[in-house]
Design a binder for this molecule. Structure first.
Ligand code: SAM
Length: 215
């Protein structure tokens, strides 16, 4: 299962943090879950839309929708002076001077021809999750990578994964030398809960299936 040629080309051209091998694994999981359950897909961490393209293409193919949540002000490591800062994404309006990934995100989805299959929610993940009441085929966690944010994403969104649905976590690094540990701790917590079992691992992308109640 691969994305449409248009979606794949748009994915390759988009700014973002999703390597292609992991992106193809995400697409495969999203398409399988959306077909099997017929429920929406949800992403935390839209950034400029790179991974959203893949969820949107899977949603299009399965006749559902991809919801993606981001405040569009960037994570800690994307702020000025940090490793993943991109000066092109700073809103230069007088008195603003803050990261704003929303315009680039919108352009990415328009170029990919997938706007009709995406609901973009601009807001903080825990605040949006507190309002949420719809079961999901798949939750993809790729938001803030501090313990506070990764834990908040897990506690806010994992309860909405439908029975048999998938929980996908990005940037899971068992070895601290490879990257931050917060997503890894969330991954371990999900497995320890007894509510999720691992389906696949593609580099740092982990796909888990809901096999029990709770989180
Ligand atoms: C690693 S980037 C996402 C990368 C994207 N999935 C891709 O494929 O390129 C993380 C994103 O999460 C967003 N973010 C961080 N903490 C958040 C929070 N608490 N609520 C909403 N968005 C958040 C940031 O604004 C940033 O755009």
């Amino acid at each position: 299962m691969t994305p449409s040629p248009t979606a794949l080309a748009a994915f390759r051209a988009a700014k973002g943090f999703m390597p292609e091998e992991e992106g193809l694994a995400l697409y495969g999981a999203a398409r399988e879950a959306a077909h099997r359950l017929g429920l929406p897909l949800l992403e935390v961490g839209s950034y400029c839309g790179r991974s959203t393209i893949l969820l949107a293409d899977a949603a299009r193919e399965a006749g559902t929708v991809a919801v993606t949540v981001d405040h569009h002000r960037g994570s800690e490591e994307q702020q000025p002076g940090w490793e993943y800062h991109d000066p092109e994404l700073v809103d230069q309006a007088p008195g603003v001077q803050r990261i704003d990934t929303l315009p680039t995100f919108r352009r990415t989805l328009h170029t990919a021809g997938l706007e009709a299959h995406v609901v973009a929610v601009v807001g903080r993940s825990p605040q949006v999750a507190a309002l949420w009441n719809t079961p999901l085929s798949l939750v993809f966690i790729d938001g803030g990578h501090t313990d506070e944010h990764a834990t908040g994403d897990y506690e806010g969104w994992a309860p909405h994964v439908a029975p048999g649905g998938l929980l996908v976590i990005h940037d899971v690094f068992p070895d601290p030398a490879d990257g931050g540990q917060a997503p890894y701790r969330v991954h371990r917590r999900a497995l320890a809960s007894g509510a999720f079992a691992e389906v696949s691992a593609t580099r740092s992308l982990r796909v888990l299936r809901r096999t029990g109640d709770g989180v």
